[in-house]
Design a protein around this ligand. Structure first.
Ligand code: ZN
Length: 123
């Protein structure tokens, strides 16, 4: 029993050393440029449209839950402008998709008009 407790203690102390030692300085942080800030705010939109005609490409940034958890727990949430940029990005996505839908509707309307003309000419 005693050795088990010691092992557990070692484990805990080892973990503490990692957090407070030199490693902590080098530890990755959610503000690192390679971390996806959209993911921190909620989700990364790049995954929404994979294999569709609106595919916006793959996001090459990190999507790690531990960054998101650290961000959620930090007092910097809502302080860094990530949410504002996320919303701006989503709004741009929506505008682009709306345009695409509008163009599709216009194309459909034109082909319907063309079909009606052909029919009328035949009759
Ligand atoms: Zn991303």
């Amino acid at each position: 029993m005693a050795s088990e407790a010691a092992a557990l203690l070692d484990q805990l102390m080892g973990r503490n050393r990692n957090v407070t030692g030199d490693d902590a300085v080098k530890e990755e942080h959610f503000s690192d440029p390679e971390v996806c800030k959209h993911f921190l705010c909620g989700f990364c939109p790049s995954k929404l449209f994979i294999n569709t005609r609106s595919d916006i490409g793959i996001c090459d940034k990190l999507h790690d839950d531990h960054f998101k958890e650290a961000y959620d727990a930090s007092n910097e949430k809502w302080q860094r402008g990530y949410e504002e940029r996320f919303i701006e990005y989503l709004e741009k996505l929506i505008r682009d998709l709306d345009k695409r839908v509008q163009r599709g509707k216009e194309r459909l309307q034109r082909s319907e008009d063309a079909n009606t003309n052909v029919k009328e000419q035949r009759e």
